[in-house]
Write a protein that binds this ligand. Structure first.
Ligand code: ADP
Length: 408
């Protein structure tokens, strides 16, 4: 099945066209700084993936998608002859609230519920909904699915998802922990079970999605029972540009001291903090590791803090579960940085997570799912390659294929 995967943010749009049968990528496109004067969009087609610029000046996110569809229709190198070749659309939705505990086909009822979830992720969900509307207009006969970042975490118990605030904020505003990266945590847990040769339902796992954004989840018997991200993806670990958890009183203190408003404070916490804020250099872990190696003290501090926060989160979820069989590392940093894995697990050997330094080495191993702990480590350590777009395409295929099957 040919699936168009659409991942819309407040000022970004990522799309891929995926042939799910052979897990083949046919097109990748990325628009950034949408709505700003320097907005850019690039699309690339298989097999060469030569980037080509798409003109998106003055476009909002759905208008960028509209331009991309025009390109797919008109470009001689397009991997499809017409838009009718797109058999399904998979939309990544950041917040599904308490409405959605699994991926769903988007009918009228589901779309109305999606619109209600917009206030939970005001930067992301409205853009995704606007893209769904546009696609309904341009591809009215193509089924659309919604795949949620939050769905995997709806199994959390109340003691994990409630905040110690007056209950009226939960009742009136839906303020609770929703978590994120659910598709990735679910996939990492299943892949780890495959690697260990045991049913997921028998295992206690701690899955670590360490990318630009980062979150850690306690997966007990296949279900998320707690996760570090919260009401929004700002809570939890230190991230590329996000602060993660800090004393909430710091927020009002800085606002008063600097006389800044909500939007500015929001920007500082989401865009200027984390690895970028502490290193003063970059949000990209590779740059910061290189600078730390070259003797930059702020970069070294950023790396130290990052490692320490990951260690503490793993430790807290070890305590939250009744058993821990494995820790699973995934996403850009988790998959690719042998150095950071070595530093993280150097501090966790006393809990029974013992890294095998040779297996941890990445040479020739990028993209290979594998166990990297020593053979008799009481708790295993696994590395799993995540691929959110492919997951969304395959979930969409299963939903649309299942529906077609049921209609036969
Ligand atoms: P996103 O959350 O945007 O999908 P990724 O999962 O691609 O992000 O992760 C991006 C992060 O992974 C960046 O901080 C990048 O520096 C880091 N990263 C990728 N490869 C390596 C590596 N070999 N060593 C250290 N960090 C890496």
């Amino acid at each position: 099945m040919i699936v168009l995967v659409v991942n819309a943010g407040s000022s970004t749009l990522k799309c891929q066209l995926i042939q799910t049968d052979g897990k083949v990528r046919l097109m990748k496109a990325l628009a950034e700084r949408v709505g700003h004067p320097d907005a850019v969009m690039e699309a690339a087609f298989a097999p060469g993936f030569e980037p080509r610029a798409v003109e998106v000046a003055g476009c909002d996110v759905p208008a960028c998608l509209d331009r991309l569809l025009d390109l797919l229709e008109s470009d001689p190198a397009s991997p499809i002859a017409s838009l009718a070749d797109i058999q399904a659309i998979g939309n990544r939705i950041v917040a599904g609230g308490e409405h959605f505990s699994e991926s769903t086909l988007i009918d009228e009822g589901a779309f109305a519920a999606l619109v209600q979830c917009e206030e939970l992720a005001p930067l992301h969900n409205p853009a995704a909904d606007a893209c769904i509307r546009l696609l309904r207009h341009r591809l009215p006969d193509t089924p659309q699915a919604a795949v949620f970042d939050t769905a995997f975490h709806t199994s959390m118990p109340a003691k994990a998802y409630m905040y110690p605030l007056p209950q009226r904020y939960y009742q009136q505003y839906g303020i609770r922990r929703y978590g994120a990266h659910g598709t990735s945590h679910r996939y990492a847990a299943q892949q780890a079970a495959n690697l260990l040769g045991r049913p997921l339902a028998d295992l206690g796992l701690i899955t670590c999605h360490l990318g630009n954004g980062g979150s850690i989840t306690a997966v007990n018997h296949g279900e998320s029972i707690d996760t570090t991200m919260g009401f929004t993806p700002l809570e939890g670990l230190m991230m590329g540009t996000r602060s993660g958890s800090i004393d909430p009183a710091i927020v009002t203190y800085i606002m008063r001291r600097d006389g800044i408003g909500f939007d500015e404070m929001d920007r500082i916490l989401n865009k200027e903090s984390g690895i970028l804020g502490v290193s003063g250099l970059s949000a990209d872990m590779r740059d910061v590791l290189a600078a730390a190696d070259a003797g930059d003290a702020d970069a070294a501090l950023a790396v130290d803090m990052y490692v320490y926060k990951v260690q503490k989160a793993i430790g807290s979820f070890y305590a939250a579960m009744t058993r821990t069989d494995a820790v699973v590392m995934t996403a850009g940093i988790g998959e690719n940085s042998a150095e950071l894995r070595e530093r993280i697990f150097a501090g966790l050997a006393h809990m029974g997570m013992i890294l095998d330094l040779e297996k941890n080495d990445v040479t020739g191993q990028i993209g290979v799912n594998r166990v990297i702990s020593i053979d008799d480590s009481p708790i295993k350590i696994c590395v799993v390659t995540t691929d959110e777009e492919m997951r969304i395409a395959r979930e969409t295929d299963a939903l649309v294929g299942g529906e077609a099957e049921a209609a036969r």
